[in-house]
Write a protein that binds this ligand. Sequence first.
Ligand SMILES: [Zn+2]
Length: 594
Amino acid sequence: MPRISEESIERVAAASDIIEVIGSYFPLKRAGTSWRALCPFHREKSPSFHVSPQKQAYYCFGCGAGGGVFKFVMEYERVDFGTAVQRLAQKAGVTIVEEKGGPDDDRRRALRDRLLDMHRAASDWFHHNLVRSQGGAAAREYLKSRAIGSDIAKDWQLGYAPEGGSALLAHLRKAGFRDNELRASGLFGGGEDGPLRDRFRQRLMFPICNDYGEVIAFSGRVLPPNEDPAKYVNSPETPLFIKGRALFGLHKARRPLADTGTAIVCEGQLDLIRVFESGMENVVAPQGTAFTPAQARLLKRYVETVILCFDSDRAGRTAVERSLPILLAAGFSVRVAALPPGEDPESLIRTGGADAFRALIERAPDYFDFALGEAGRDLEDAGKKSALVRKLAGFAASLPDAVGRESVAARIGPRLAISPQAFLASVPKTPPAAAIEDDNENGPVQPANEEPDAVVRLLLHAVLFDLETRRWLAAQEQDAPSVLSGRPGTELLRTCLRAGFDPADAAATQTFVAAQSPAAQSVLAALLLGRPPANPLAIARESLRNLRKRDLEARREAVTAKLRNPALGPEEIAGLQAEVVDITKDIGQISGSH
Ligand SMILES: [Zn+2]
């Protein structure tokens, strides 16, 4: 994603009122000059989540969550910074300028926009066919047999692609899309320059959405009585859609995932929809059989635990075993819900009810326990047992740390009737290739952030509220940077001193705060939400003076200690004594400069 210009960020900050933004997610109650609510980031009974319109910041006195409007959207919606800015820009009607936008970038962006429009149009058209067209009868019938009513179909924008092969083409051409755009969309076959032909024919259509809920691709399922061996046809990669990066259902499941900390993972779209609609909304589907490292990373933003809920046939088992190394390497705790043979989540809920499925999910054992349970009596056969040990040890190799491997060994060794050490000895030194990162798209590494100590906090507070204090302290830092060096939080203070924002300008302050690490944003928000310092410049002078004095006193102490050494010669003693006098004079000067 290209960088958004600082100026745009500032404009978005200026146009977004934090009370309005947070108030659009949940109600805020006025309390004096600030607004309050129950904190959305931790469980509580009385509201400790405060939002200040003056400082355009929020802070929770219960859990320490805090920051500006950008951080709020990032944390609440679980999106990255760029996305939060875009979303707020959309809300506020601000146009964003992206940096380094050469003509190529402009062209790419323009094409992307056209493709998004086209997918929207196609999705509407497919849905219309499902609901209205005669040809859609088979699809309606099929959905009815799966107990999916028209409200659910509408909610998920399910559709029907008619037979033939040129109806969508004609519809989109009429809507004004040009052939080069149609070719780039993945909705048509026809190669580089052959005649275009609808890719999806006579299929039940599932739109695949990005984080925002915009349609970026489709998956089409074959309908009975058609016996096409390709049960699903998916969009190929396009400028909108990169395979292995999207998770079906994520745009609806984000909040429930974050709230529960657990993801139910289904194989198919219909399974997912049924599970979601029965009230277990923390569910996603990987689109394809196994997880990719990119999908695992995406999911890791929301949850720590994954419950795989795949068919209990051979293909389902293979999908579990192919996903496992990737999920374990990403640090998830992985559980497996064992569906009864021949059932999928959809059929189980339809026949047994949501409670039957919920019970299955709640009982789902950890993968290693699951595998041992599956093996059952096979463990009595020496050959099968050692094959299982090899298999499990292979998976244990994907665990990111030794502690995890040891705890698995301690737990399952006894059940395999081998010692934990013997199990650990059979763990390969290198994890399977599938679990190794496929790209380095992890974003910038945030520097470790220290909690500022009391003095630095005081100075930060003064600097955040008063321009004059910031200028004064910045000048002091240039003259004598040593006093603050090494104190926890000094780096953040220095960043503040270097920044050019005017504390009276809430939007500029916001932009500055948003550029800091999440931990630093919490620290800054807590200070911004506090009472403004009564006399910031005096406080800063006093703090710095005290620090200097303590610094000098520590130095005098050190020199005096040296003087106690009986092995010193007369010249050394004289030198050290002179030093003590000098330091004492300096201390006197500082104390007298009130
Ligand atoms: Zn909280």
